[in-house]
Each structure stands twice: as C-alpha cells, then as structure tokens.
Design a protein. Structure first.
Length: 261
C-alpha cells in the first residue's frame, strides 16, 4: 500500500458494512485466509488511540467483523490505509491560550448499525484547541428515537468528563477545571431531557443514566448545551459524512498538516 492512490475520507456515507457481507461459501472463505484483517484492524486501532481521532468511527465499525471478515470488509480496511497515505503528514496540534478550558462535544447517529439497528455514540474533548480524549462506540441499548440516541451520547460524554475533571484537578495546573465542564450536543430534545425532571418509560438502565447525567449537572460538574449541527465537530466519529464537512471538523479537532493553519 506504500504507493497506493490516496483516499479523501476513511469511510463514506454509502458504505454499508454488515455481517451479510461475511464469507458464505468455501471459496469465499478461502479467499480470506491470507488476508491479515485482524492485524490491519489492530494497527489502525493503535493509530486511532494515540493521535488519530478521525479514525475512531471506521475502526469501531471494522472491529465488529474480526471473527469472520469478508472481501467488502477487507476493501474497507484498505481504504483506511489509502486515507492514511493521503493524510500521513497530519498531526494533532495544540495552541497556546490564556484561558485553558476543557470542552466536550457529544453526538450520535440513529440506528446506523446494519445488523442490530443500534446507534453509535461519539464524543471528543478539546483542550488548548486540540483533542485530548475521544471515543466512538456502538450503543448498548437500541434507541427508539434520535433523542434517546443523542442522550446516550451525552451520558458517555458525561462519564468521561468526570474522569478528565478528576485527572486535571490532580495536576493542580488549570483553575478553570473547577467550573462546570461544557458539553455540546446538537439535539435540542436531548439537551432538554438531560436538564429536565421527566423520567423515561424505557428501561431501568436508561433511567440510571438519566439520573447520573442530571446529578452531575446539579453538582456543577458538567453543563449540557445545544449547538448547531454545522458546528458539531464530533460528527466524523459517529457516521460517514461528506468530504468537505469531514475535513472541516477534523481540522477543528486540531488535526492538521500545517502548524500555522
């Protein structure tokens, strides 16, 4: 892949990967025997965890098929390598600021998993204009609406915000960490639900998550507010999106090839 043609994005909105594309015949299984799919996913995961939040969603998706990958999954994995070939000069950057403040963005798609119809949560936390923590994960519950999918993403972000808050407090170098950590979400209903008193008629597990989110807001640890979708920089961690929007959000995370940009 060293001399491969680069790809503009790691995964597109048209890519619909599922277990339906796993090998079904003996011939199809034989064709996958010499394909180091698990090693490829493992290598991509290493890059994603360390410095490449833009790979979080596609690595999460590819990881679902490690037990029985097919040609479609292998081709999708190679596309990520072609994307890395094009963006190999990208680096996670941070900028000096007089007011260091930790802020989070939480988002979700809706029923994006082709096999289970579960949604994907994504969050990213920014500090010094660069991403310091991020995650893309398939939700444990099947959300019945976009509001619940987005709320579950807010819960995931809240849990991470508390961990980051405790860690930064232990460093004793950032005064602003004692203020509520701002978490942004682009679903007005989810924001109102997180701040309100209305309980869900859903599962007990969702009730517990609601109580935790509401409790952290009441304690002054976090604050969840609405933001417009075009400013929701965590979109690339939840779904495939158009090229221009993808790169705009990736740059907003501090991932760029020009330190002066």
């Amino acid at each position: 892949m060293q001399n491969c043609t680069g790809s503009d994005i790691p995964i597109s909105k048209r890519d619909k990967l599922s277990t339906e594309k796993a090998p079904k015949t003996e011939q199809e299984k034989l064709e996958m025997v010499d394909k180091p799919y698990a090693s490829l996913v493992g290598s991509l995961m290493y890059a994603q965890v360390c410095t490449r939040p833009d790979l979080a969603f596609v690595v999460s998706v590819l990881g679902r098929f490690q037990s029985n990958p097919g040609q479609a999954h292998w081709i999708a994995g190679k596309r990520v390598l072609r994307y890395l070939q094009r963006t190999k000069d990208y680096k996670l950057t941070f900028k000096r600021s007089d007011t260091l403040e930790l802020q989070g963005y939480a988002d979700a798609d809706f029923a994006g998993c082709q096999d289970s119809l579960k949604s994907t949560s994504g969050f990213v936390f920014m500090f010094g204009r660069g991403a310091v923590s991020w995650r893309s994960v398939k939700q444990p519950l099947t959300a019945g609406s976009t509001m619940f999918a987005e709320f579950l993403a807010c819960y995931e972000a809240t849990s991470q915000a508390i961990w980051l808050r405790n860690f930064i407090i232990s460093l004793n170098v950032v005064e602003s960490i004692h203020r509520p950590i701002q978490i942004w979400n682009d679903n007005s209903a989810a924001v109102l639900f997180a701040k309100g008193n209305k309980r869900t008629k859903g599962s007990r597990l969702l009730d517990v998550k609601f109580i935790i989110v509401k409790e952290k807001i009441a304690q002054g640890y976090t604050n969840i507010s609405h933001i417009s979708t075009d400013r929701m920089i965590v979109g690339p961690l939840t779904k495939g999106i158009p090229n221009a929007v993808f790169h705009k959000h990736v740059m907003s995370m501090g991932l760029r090839n020009d330190l002066n940009a």
